[in-house]
Each structure stands twice: as C-alpha cells, then as structure tokens.
Design a protein around this ligand. Structure first.
Ligand code: 6PG
Length: 250
C-alpha cells in the first residue's frame, strides 16, 4: 500500500464532522460524474459509520444538491441474510437513504444475501458486468464507500480469508470464521477499479488498525484493507481525530 500522503488523508474533528465531510464528497463526486457521464454509480458501505452520512444526504442542503434520479446504488458487500433482516446492509441503506430520497427500486442493485452465497456472488458479478461501464474489463464504479473494522478488514475482506489481490473474480462469498457465516463482497479487482474510493472510519477502536494499515508493513493477509491501491483512481482516507490518534504527526 502506498503510504497515505497528506493529499489523501483527511482528518476531521469527530464523527459528526466526518458525516458532513463524507456527504459533501459524495455530492461533489456525484455532480462531477453526472456532468461527465450523465449518471453516478456509487457502491455503498455497510456497517454503522456511514449511517449518519446517509441520513444527512436526505436532508437540505444535500437533498437538493444532486440530481438523485441519475444516481444508481450498488453495494460493496452484504451479509447473508434476507433484505429485511436488521443485519442487512441493503435494509440499512433503504431505511436511512433510499426511502428518504424516494430512490426508485430500479436504481438500487442489492446483493441477494438471502440466496445461496456462491450463487448470490455469481449473480451479482453478472449484474455489475451488465450495469456498469468496463475499464480494463473491470466494472467501474464512480465511487466506492468503504469502512474499516478494528481488525483492518474492509467490505467483507477479513483477516484469514485470503484477500486475493489478483482475484480473477469480481464478487466472492468468503466464509468468515469470525462470524461463522458467509458474506458477499466485491473483490479487490473491483474495489481498485473505481474512479474514487473513500474509506471513512472513526472512533478510538480504529486507531491501532489505522496506524498499522497506513504506516506499518504491508501485510494484506493481516490487514486486508491494505489491498486498496486503485489502479487509476483516487483513494481517500477520511478519518476523525480519535481514529487518527496513533498516526505519526503529519
Ligand atoms: C459491513 C461493512 C464492514 C464495515 C466495517 C466498519 O458489512 O459491516 O462492509 O466492512 O464497513 O466493519 O463497520 P463500522 O462502520 O460499523 O465500524
């Protein structure tokens, strides 16, 4: 992983400031994508960190700041549960973002966590191949939002499940020992094919991992998020002071 330069590491005061900064970036990148290509293809992150951003996007000024009819929503990963399960990343996005913006169902492309994992991964690969422009044969998203776990995972690339940096596949369904379940996840091939990748992480629980990920030795088997090196795109780390507490002074 390239060391995070000052250019791509943004430290904000707290989680509220992070939600605001992330909402601003989503809208700005969305406007640029729509101006250039008439649509904005974004993959949403799961977990709890992005919820505040999603809620902000449904309110003024963000609600009016983007032509949401031109936005299409994909997912970086999903739990192997039905879409109405409280663990579902799709359900979280629906309740905190899609419903508030009256996003048409046809503009959302969820991973079918209710299906057999391998089959769900294969069908999602077909969806992104069909719905997204290809660059170097890889479905290309305008923006992928990601979080980071305290163990250095991202999407559903967890320590102990080989992150398969040169994975030929676009979507996988790894078995995650930690949760004794499968997950469905975009592979590094897709994550690193995006025009923009933003990792948004906050809180003291992420400080050790963030320092190891950004300034420790490259070891993606231990810290899978270190596979993030967009081929031609831009990687931005958007973190709050608590998560940045163990980074060397810039
Ligand atoms: C998921 C996410 C996962 C998440 C991190 C951080 O499905 O849970 O894809 O990678 O982004 O675990 O989660 P928090 O934002 O809740 O800390």
């Amino acid at each position: 992983m390239k060391e995070a330069s000052a250019a791509n590491l943004v430290v904000v005061s707290d989680e509220r400031a992070l939600a605001q900064a992330l909402a601003e970036r989503v809208v700005e990148l969305g406007r640029q994508a729509i101006a250039a290509r008439s649509r904005f293809n974004i993959a949403l992150a799961g977990g709890s960190t992005p919820k505040a951003t999603y809620a902000l996007l449904t309110e003024p000024p963000f609600r009016q700041a983007l032509d949401w009819k031109r936005v299409r929503f994909f997912f970086g990963d999903e739990r192997c549960v039905p879409p109405d399960d409280e663990q579902s990343n799709y359900r979280t996005a629906k309740l905190t973002l899609f419903d508030g913006l009256s996003i048409r169902r046809e503009a959302t492309f969820r991973m079918h966590g209710e299906n057999e994992p391998e089959a769900a991964a294969g069908s999602y690969a077909a969806v992104i191949l069909r719905e997204l422009p290809l660059d170097h044969l890889v479905p290309t998203l305008d923006l992928i939002l990601l979080g980071m776990g305290p163990d250095g995972h991202t999407a559903s690339l967890f320590p102990g499940t080989d992150p398969l940096e040169d994975d030929e596949l676009l979507v996988r369904a790894p078995y995650v020992e930690k949760f004794s379940t499968h997950r469905i996840t975009l592979t590094p091939r897709v994550l690193n094919g995006a025009r923009d990748v933003i990792v948004a992480t906050a809180g003291p629980a992420k400080a050790d991992a963030l320092a190891a990920v950004l300034h420790g030795p490259r070891d993606p088997a231990t810290y899978p998020i270190q596979i993030l090196e967009p081929r031609a795109g831009r990687l931005t780390w958007l973190v709050d002071r608590a998560a940045a507490a163990k980074l060397p002074p810039s």
